[in-house]
Design a protein around this ligand. Structure first.
Ligand SMILES: *[C@@H]1O[C@H](CO)[C@@H](O)[C@H](O)[C@H]1NC(C)=O
Ligand SMILES: *[C@@H]1O[C@H](CO)[C@@H](O)[C@H](O)[C@H]1NC(C)=O
Ligand SMILES: *[C@@H]1O[C@H](CO)[C@@H](O)[C@H](O)[C@H]1NC(C)=O
Ligand SMILES: *[C@@H]1O[C@H](CO)[C@@H](O)[C@H](O)[C@H]1NC(C)=O
Ligand SMILES: *[C@@H]1O[C@H](CO)[C@@H](O)[C@H](O)[C@H]1NC(C)=O
Ligand SMILES: *[C@@H]1O[C@H](CO)[C@@H](O)[C@H](O)[C@H]1NC(C)=O
Length: 745
């Protein structure tokens, strides 16, 4: 081979790798026709195999289906999300769903989805269990961090962008958990009593957006609604039920063992795929389609042959639609084996993914308090400006001689103390635990990132435990003390932290975090608190004058350390917003976790209807400590020039946002709609948002288009979306309470 040819080969290699992952998509219709042809060519056993998991023990992935090799149909590999590829090596530990929500950025959420899609594809995963779109009905709900918070609109947008991102890489998204699946206690048998309007406007609403994003699959949940298990509910799943009547073209998968009763009951109700394909005694569910159950039901006529074919066709359609039949990487890992031919340990994380994970983590950090919101270089605060002492954020590296880093949450966990679902008793909290957790393999802890950044420019006193006295000793007399605290939750099947069964027991910080903060603030007048939490925590200490700044950083994923350094030191101007309210008591939220763990069909009454979180607080004149949509910046923004016009079926709202401060930054303007009196809606509901990057002094016009559905309520009598008559109010603001412009139409 001539030298020139050799060089050409080397140069082209990356190109070939890219080409190998290229794929061709089809329309729903073309894919459905191809799926129907394949179905027609199958035996009944092959059909049932496509619809049934191969059991947990038999799966390489979290769930596998049976292949039909002679027709070119592989075993589909189904894997957990929704915070990345779980469990995996060589993958990125992405910021959680609730942090994606905190960015209020469609761009970042979509890019996160696309990057996760690349990693899934690289591992040969066909179907990803994400996004989660369960509303955070109660802030203590164990899995609240997996989705996008208590607001249905934000959950809908978060889900939409995630699905578009994932599927742009030829991987199927499976939105979950459908629906009213909002607590972990008694999750296998609880029955949620949800009225029709709340189903449409709250718990079903995010799934409408999934369907509009062409989602491939939807997972029915463990719980019952009004006494009927969701996986056998015709009202939810049948051809005239909620999903199909809203245009859903994909297939319905059970949560793990969530089908109950008889195969026919579930298949005829609208269920397509059973996972993991065996009975689970803990749930008393699953294993209905497996072991001849579905086949016999077809043979004895309780499930029609036509329905069986429809089920298979629906499962195969997204496979062909996303071009997974050609050029899709072989599944190259095994969740249950460390060696063997499947474990090729293919690294799918890239420097670009790490940078994006860090950017999203920084963009999701919410600055709740800052004694100095605008940085003015050369102008110093405190002590009459004489000793140039700085308080609050951002911290100038060169101004700090002595500092302290405090708290167990700043420290890298001992990974050997974490279980397989990433429940770790100690160390920093970057993601909740359970099947929705992600990889901690490359996590960079805050304390390590800070010391790497600070280098020799300052002396760091570290007290990386929650020992209040040791924390105070480290902080006394320091120029700045960073205190890291946390609160965790997860899926209830794992339970090594506090005996809490997944849902939190209360809204307190873990491990006496409150006492740690208070003892540090008692001795250091520049105490900066960083909270890593799965959801709202009580912050009675927030008004302490020695606490000069508070950053709510959520569950930011593996780049937790570097991302918070950028925010603390002003390399990233904070822009994250709370995707929930932080109030002073659980009562302010208007819902409860029903903790009864006993066997039996526990009833959970969704009596609050449409009034969750900020909607409940506004209705009841409860002022939260930090409200929904709130977050500070190192700069300031002004709003002007609200205009409302008609454009076809849309109401078009335009306004101007200007960076009136002294550093570049991003504003998150929010649109809340006030429905006409008598419509039964909350005072204000989120119906639009944008992220607007603005250099100092510049301004941009923001446009929000309100569709007919955006202006509608669900009318239970006519079973239709109806625009109520009367005057609508438009509120444009920087949070639900910080309203800058108002108008009407
Ligand atoms: C549940 O029952 C309520 C009335 O109690 C009804 O409005 C609603 O439509 C039912 N929902 C489902 C999914 O069956
Ligand atoms: C049909 O088969 C299913 C699965 O074995 C069984 O549960 C059901 O009782 C049968 N029904 C009739 C009418 O034979
Ligand atoms: C804050 O504490 C430092 C060190 O203890 C002290 O020098 C400074 O004067 C204090 N600042 C204020 C405003 O009390
Ligand atoms: C604030 O910190 C100073 C030490 O810098 C301490 O003397 C004072 O008591 C603290 N104030 C509060 C309210 O804890
Ligand atoms: C669910 O409730 C029924 C009725 O009380 C009971 O028979 C069953 O054991 C319960 N199952 C679980 C998993 O709690
Ligand atoms: C709607 O109700 C509010 C509060 O009760 C009242 O102030 C307002 O005037 C009413 N608006 C209309 C258009 O009736």
């Amino acid at each position: 081979m001539a030298l020139s040819q050799l060089r050409l080969t080397v140069l082209l290699l990356p190109y070939f790798i890219l080409c190998a992952t290229a794929f061709t998509t089809r329309s729903w219709q073309a894919a459905s026709q191809l799926a129907a042809q394949k179905t027609a060519a199958m035996t009944i056993d092959e059909k049932v195999g496509v619809l049934t998991g191969v059991t947990m023990a038999g799966s390489r992935c979290n769930g596998d289906t049976h292949p039909v090799a002679r027709l070119g149909i592989p075993a589909l590999c189904l894997m957990d999300g929704p915070a990345g590829v779980r469990p995996g090596t060589g993958v990125t530990g992405w910021p959680s769903g609730i942090n994606a929500a905190s960015t209020f950025s469609r761009r970042l959420i979509r890019e996160r989805g696309a990057a996760i899609g690349d990693e899934l594809r690289g591992k040969g995963i066909h179907v990803w269990f994400g996004p989660a779109q369960d509303l955070m009905r109660n802030p203590k709900g164990g899995r609240g961090w997996e989705s996008f918070g208590p607001d249905p609109y934000l959950n809908g947008e978060g889900g939409y962008e995630t699905i578009v991102g994932i599927q742009s890489r030829g991987v199927q998204a499976c939105a979950k958990h459908f629906t009213a699946n909002n607590q972990e206690h008694n999750r296998y048998n609880g029955s949620s009593t949800v009225d029709d309007r709340s189903l449409w406007e709250m718990y079903g609403y995010p799934f409408l957006r999934s369907i509009e994003a062409d989602v491939s699959a939807i997972m029915c949940s463990f719980n019952r609604i009004n006494g009927t298990f969701t996986c056998s509910s015709p009202k939810l799943l049948s051809d005239t039920g909620f999903l199909r009547s809203n245009g859903f073209k994909g297939y319905v998968i059970t949560d793990w063992g969530a089908d109950h009763g008889f195969a026919a009951e579930n298949a005829n109700a609208g269920l397509e795929m059973e996972q993991p394909g065996e009975y689970d005694p803990q749930l008393e569910g699953g294993g209905l389609f497996a072991n001849g159950g579905l086949k016999d039901s077809v043979l004895n006529g309780t499930v029609s042959a036509a329905r069986l074919d429809e089920m298979v066709k629906r499962v195969l359609t997204p496979f062909y639609r996303l071009g997974q039949d050609s050029g899709f990487p072989e599944t190259n890992f095994h969740t249950q084996q460390t060696g063997g031919p499947y474990n090729q340990n293919i690294v799918v994380r890239t420097p670009q993914h790490v940078a994006l994970a860090k950017e999203i983590a920084s963009a999701s950090a919410v600055l709740l308090k800052n004694v100095r919101t605008i940085r003015r270089p050369g102008q110093w605060y405190g002590n009459g400006g004489q000793n140039q002492r700085e308080y609050g954020l951002p911290v100038t590296k060169s101004k700090i001689a002595n500092m302290a880093v405090i708290g167990e949450d700043a420290k890298l966990m001992d990974r050997s103390l974490c279980n397989s679902l990433n429940e770790c008793t100690l160390g920093t909290m970057s993601v909740g635990w359970g099947s929705g957790a992600n990889s901690l393999e490359f996590l960079v802890a805050p304390a390590d990132a800070i010391s790497a950044y600070v280098g020799t420019s300052a002396t760091i006193a570290s007290s990386l435990s929650n020992d209040a006295a040791a924390g105070a000793a480290a902080a006394a007399g320091k120029d700045v003390a960073f205190v890291f605290v946390n609160a965790m939750s997860g899926e209830w099947i794992v339970d090594i932290v506090h005996d809490q069964g997944g849902d939190r027991n209360d809204l307190e910080l873990y491990y006496n975090g409150k006492e740690l903060i208070e003892s540090v603030a008692a001795v250091c007048n520049n105490t900066i608190v960083i909270v890593h939490s799965v959801g709202p925590v009580l912050m009675p200490w927030s008004t302490n004058p020695n606490i000069t700044a508070i950053v709510y950083a959520g569950a930011p994923g593996e780049q937790t350390g570097p991302s918070i350094v950028d925010v603390l030191y002003g390399h990233y101007n904070p822009r994250g917003r709370l995707p929930f309210s932080i109030a002073d008591s659980e009562a302010a939220y208007g819902t409860e976790i029903v903790y009864d763990k006993t066997i039996g069909p526990l009833t959970i009454d969704y009596t609050e209807g449409l009034f969750l979180d900020y909607r409940y607080m506004e209705q009841n004149n409860i002022t939260p400590r930090f409200e929904f949509g709130f977050g500070l910046s190192y700069t300031a923004f002004s709003y002007s020039n609200l205009q409302i016009s008609n454009q076809g079926p849309f109401k078009v709202i335009k306004f101007k946002v200007r960076n009136s401060g002294s550093v570049d930054g991003t504003e998150i303007p929010q649109l809340y709609l006030g429905f006409p009196n008598g419509s039964g809606e909350p005072k204000k509901v989120l119906r639009g948002f944008s992220d607007v990057g603005l250099t100092v002094g510049s301004s941009k016009t923001v446009e929000v288009k309100l569709s007919v559905r955006d202006r509608s309520i669900w009318d239970v009598v006519t079973q239709k979306w109806v625009v109520p008559s009367g005057q609508f109010k438009v509120y444009i603001g920087a949070s639900i309470k910080d309203i800058r412009l108002t108008g009407t139409f």
